[in-house]
Design a protein around this ligand. Structure first.
Ligand code: GRF
Length: 194
């Protein structure tokens, strides 16, 4: 199966996915695309031999549909079977999501259904949660919703800041996403629990 990955920044999750596919041979990374031409992950993807594309969402103002129409061009020409959002920070319209229904994944840095949206680690600390973590789910038109395909948990430690917690969660994200993708392309929807 052909996998395209959407990023917005450094792309550390994308890197782990590409490296795992190249090592495991279970899928082919066919495109890494970003809403930010300056995303650091684009150079990392190119260094691994993966085609890249960037569409600057800032050129489209509030016109999400126009931005997505442009972003769709390199995605469709790559002919992906699966679309992975990895640190992708733009909300996609229901029309875009519906186009990839049943074959689009996202990783979110919380134990969904807790803390959809932003600032997840600060919210977990604010709530004095004992645990935090990350979730890989199928993308549906409702933000950070959709069937859960995997979760990874970490302890919240005394003295944690959003930054120290984010770093601990990120290391689990890097293990979780590849494990979920391997199962997903094999047609296995049983949740990966780390
Ligand atoms: C991180 O906050 C991660 O938790 C979330 O997206 C952000 C950037 O990730 N999934 P990445 O390094 O660009 O994959």
């Amino acid at each position: 199966p052909r996998v395209a990955i959407l990023i917005s920044g450094g792309g550390s999750n994308m890197l782990r996915l590409v490296e795992d596919m190249q090592a495991g041979g279970y899928a082919t990374p066919v495109l890494v695309a970003s809403n930010d031409p300056g995303a650091g992950g684009l150079a990392k993807a190119a260094a691994l031999g993966v085609a890249t594309a960037a569409v600057d969402h800032k050129l489209f103002g509030k016109d999400r549909a126009a931005f997505e129409a442009e972003l769709l061009k390199p995605i469709l020409s790559a002919e992906p079977d699966v679309l992975c959002l990895a640190g992708f920070m733009r909300v996609l319209t229901p029309e875009f999501v519906t186009r990839f229904a049943g074959r689009m994944l996202n990783i979110h840095p919380s134990l969904l259904p807790k803390y959809p949206g932003l600032h997840t680690h600060a919210r977990a600390l604010e709530a004095d949660d004992a645990e935090a973590g990350c979730t890989v789910h199928e993308v549906t038109p409702v933000l950070d919703d959709g069937p859960i395909l995997g979760q990874g948990r970490v302890p919240v430690l005394a003295g944690d800041t959003p930054e120290t917690l984010a770093a601990r969660v990120l290391t689990v994200e890097h293990r979780l996403y590849p494990a979920v993708l391997r199962r997903y392309v094999a047609g296995d929807r049983s949740p990966v629990l780390l």
